[in-house]
Design a protein around this ligand. Structure first.
Ligand SMILES: Nc1ncnc2c1ncn2[C@@H]1O[C@H](COP(=O)(O)OP(=O)(O)OP(=O)(O)O)[C@@H](O)[C@H]1O
Length: 756
């Protein structure tokens, strides 16, 4: 590589002083001097390496085999990062950027982005298999973050290679609990779309991955969640420290090291007693209670924190033994359990006939990465984890529509990861059904699913309904007070439907509860720790509401770990399978089918009420059909037929005159008709057993296979006619009557000569 054009090392900084501003980028973006220095140092490193700024970027990514070896090696990183990347991408999707994950050497393992930008990025080798360490790509966010071991923004011409000047990149290294670099998370986009919040999102996402990694590493040991401000416990800002059974501090997240002012190595020299002046047994004792509140603790160097301890059932069991050893109950308790008899009545050594607070928790099994609250364990009924339950809730919603299929995939990836899900969609699209399926497939399936419809409760009552209230908390309150919905959902799933209708005054209260994971009932001084999976839904446009200041932005980001949009029925391509599923559910095995005419009407109709409306139309039709095998127009209400007929006529008129109209006929609803389905519905109009092939007209053969994949409504129509004619044994009049069209139309459509 040629270096002849390069200025001597050190000149970058000299130029900084000579030409003002040296870095217009930094001053335009109001970046600190420290940033400018970091970029300059990186440029100096690149010059020392002899990199040329004008050379084409290195286009020699790893081959497929090498890349799969690297991916295999980083499988765990990928598993933890991928749901977070999806979530991050959802946040930045409108900015035409991409999310990139690299390993600890800078090799891109995975990227997500809009096709448009991905193809631009691939032109500068910003694609899987390429190495973006400084050594190969000069100054860039990934490579420079790896060297600096901290988050780095590299914008436009701060990139060393000219070819990369169109980019703006924000990257943060991902560290394991011992401080080793696992990889880098990066968001890259067109520099004109730079947004100052991107770096914040990347840093938060990297922390999220680190916290999952730590929780996964130390799922069977106690974890202390702490912060100097109590409201930050349970947020990404909290410190997490892992404690072994003998009280040694074995790992920590970045937040913990920052707050404690310790390096990872220094932390590992400490124990619970030397750093926090407490013991494992004391923490177990305190945090076994569902009402336990964070404990104020002071470190050996005088820093004060609020600490919350979490542990799951293997820890409980071993501590059970430990505590019983300490209280001398082990012999009696152990003997009684072994003999299956009632044993010691000691509070810490429960009898065999009373549920033990040390019974295995029904919360995520040890294989789960999700945090498990000690408090939640105590509330356990002793039921086994949901592992044995049928986890087909989400699968049952997959009826063939690609958009629905893809959102179900996204949800599966974040399930049990403590990531809140926001379901968007028009009314009646099945948001609540989806929330229930998420719960059913989660590790919390055996715990409560509590739904609150924020739109249907008067504003004045939502607060009491959600948070509960103490006896006499307000006029009209029930004498004994009431447990709020959030506490009712403890251990399970809280579904906040129509969250966009939550009064703004209450949004701050809800945010506080979600951050602190504690609820204080109205009129009470005591708070209750809660551990809920949160699913929210709305048909409103929350972003617009944020702009209009009717929805809090901070609450929006707290609820929106993963946002998914359920498509309206008119955009779905699985109308027929949906119809079949609903009919099956309503009528069981004797479910009727739809006549070809009804199916055409269904397809033309726009379904403003979505699946709910479809469901209601079918339920009425089932009752009207009362045991008949086919639902015909006689089983539909007149106003529905009128609207659907009009829609069908309009479609056909458009199809007749414009290519757009023809194209419209190939849109999702039309595509929903598989050939088999059409045959089934049309043939169902007349019993198959009555068919004979002898008298069939030309072009219609007995059991004739209709085209495998119809391309337009016209194709479908033709197939329906052929099948109906076949079903009528070649009798055009019967077929015409059955289809609700004239004999002439049938002849014309089948291109026969009209008989004399
Ligand atoms: N995929 C589906 N399969 C079968 N039935 C469905 C499906 N989706 C929705 N439904 C039915 O449609 C009706 C409406 O569903 P749901 O209440 O979940 O919609 P929603 O979007 O929450 O409505 P809203 O916006 O009014 O709260 C329910 O009867 C539900 O059973």
């Amino acid at each position: 590589m040629s270096t002849s054009y390069l200025p001597p090392i050190g000149s970058a900084r000299a130029r900084l002083q000579a030409e003002e501003p040296r870095r217009p980028v930094a001053s335009a973006l109001q970046l600190p001097e420290e940033h400018v220095e970091r970029i300059d140092q990186s440029h100096e490193r690149c010059q020392a390496l002899g990199l040329s700024r004008i050379e084409r970027p290195d286009f020699s990514p790893l081959g497929r085999t090498d890349l799969s070896v690297v991916r295999e090696r980083n499988q765990r990183l990928y598993a933890h990062a991928s749901p977070v990347m999806e979530m991050l991408h959802d946040q930045i999707v409108e900015s035409k950027s991409m999310v990139v994950l690299t390993d600890a050497t800078g090799v891109i393992l995975h990227s997500i982005g809009v096709d448009d930008f991905l193809s631009r990025a691939s032109k500068v080798a910003l694609a899987p298999g390429a190495n973006w360490s400084e050594q190969y790509k000069g100054t860039n966010a990934v490579g420079t973050a790896l060297i600096e071991e901290r988050p780095v923004l590299v914008h436009a011409d701060e990139h060393y290679l000219h070819a990369n000047h169109f980019l703006t990149c924000s990257a943060a290294p991902i560290l394991d609990p011992r401080g080793n670099i696992l990889g880098v998370l990066d968001v890259s986009g067109d520099h004109r779309g730079y947004h100052q919040h991107t770096m914040g999102l990347v840093k938060m996402s990297a922390r999220m991955i680190e916290n999952h990694w730590l929780t996964d590493d130390y799922r069977n040991v106690m974890r202390l969640h702490f912060h100097s401000r109590v409201e930050f416990i349970g947020t990404l800002m909290e410190g997490i420290v892992a404690v072994s059974q003998d009280g040694k501090l074995v790992g920590a997240n970045r937040g913990a090291l920052e707050q404690l002012g310790l390096s990872g190595a220094a932390l590992r020299m400490h124990s619970l007693s030397t750093l926090f002046g407490t013991t494992v047994a004391a923490l177990v004792d305190r945090f076994r209670s569902p009402l336990a509140t964070p404990l104020p603790l002071e470190t050996n160097n005088g820093r004060q924190f609020h600490v919350y301890a979490r542990f799951n059932w293997p820890v409980w069991q071993s501590f059970d033994t430990m505590l019983r050893e300490q209280t001398g109950d082990l012999a009696t308790g152990g003997a009684a359990t072994a003999a299956g008899e009632a044993g010691s009545a000691s509070a810490s050594a429960p009898t065999a006939s009373t549920p033990s607070p040390f019974a295995p928790s029904p919360f995520p099994p040890s294989g789960s990465a999700g945090p498990v609250s000690g408090a939640g364990s105590v509330a356990a009924s002793g039921a086994s984890p949901a592992g044995g339950a049928a986890r087909d809730g989400l699968a049952r919603l997959a009826t063939g529509d690609a958009a629905v299929g893809s959102l179900l995939d996204k949800i599966r990836r974040v399930l049990n990861r403590d990531i809140p899900i926001l379901v968007l969609g028009e009314t009646g699209t099945g948001k609540e059904l989806l929330a229930r399926a998420i719960h059913q497939d989660s590790d919390r399936a055996k715990q409560p699913f509590v739904a609150v419809n924020c739109a249907s409760i008067p504003d004045t009552l939502i607060e009491a309904e959600l948070f509960g209230y103490e006896e006499g908390a307000f006029t009209g309150a029930r004498r004994k007070g009431a447990v709020g919905k959030i506490v009712q959902a403890n251990g399970g799933t809280l579904f906040l439907d129509e969250i966009g209708d939550m009064p703004i005054a209450l949004q701050a209260h809800l945010l506080r509860v979600l951050q602190e994971r504690q609820v204080t009932p109205l009129g009470s001084a005591k708070s209750v720790a809660v551990d809920v999976m949160l699913v929210c839904a709305t048909h409103r446009n929350l972003r617009e509401m944020i702009e209009q200041k009717t929805f809090r932005e901070d609450l929006y980001y707290r609820l929106n770990g993963l946002a998914v949009r359920l498509p309206p029925l008119r955009e779905r391509s699985d109308l027929l399978p949906l119809v079949e599923r609903i009919l099956e559910r309503e009528c069981g095995r004797t479910a009727p089918t739809l006549s070809a005419e009804v199916m055409r009407l269904f397809q033309a109709y726009a379904w403003p009420g979505n699946v709910r409306q479809l469901f209601n139309v079918l339920r009425t039709a089932c009752v009207m059909a009362a045991g008949e095998r086919v639902i015909t127009r006689d089983h539909l209400s007149d106003d529905f037929i009128e609207d659907a007929r009009r829609a069908l006529d309009e479609r056909q008129a458009r199809a007749a005159v414009t290519p757009e109209g023809r194209a419209e006929l190939t849109m999702p609803a039309a595509a929903a008709l598989s050939s088999a389905a059409v045959a089934a519905t049309a043939v169902a109009d007349l019993p198959v057993s009555t068919l004979g092939s002898a008298s069939l007209p030309p072009g219609v053969a007995r059991g004739m296979p209709v085209e495998a994949t119809p391309r337009s409504l016209e194709d479908i129509e033709l197939m329906s006619i052929r099948t109906a004619v076949e079903a009528a044994g070649g009798n055009i009049s019967v077929a015409a009557k059955q289809l609700g069209i004239s004999r002439n139309t049938i002849y014309r459509k089948l291109r026969w000569n009209k008989p004399a």
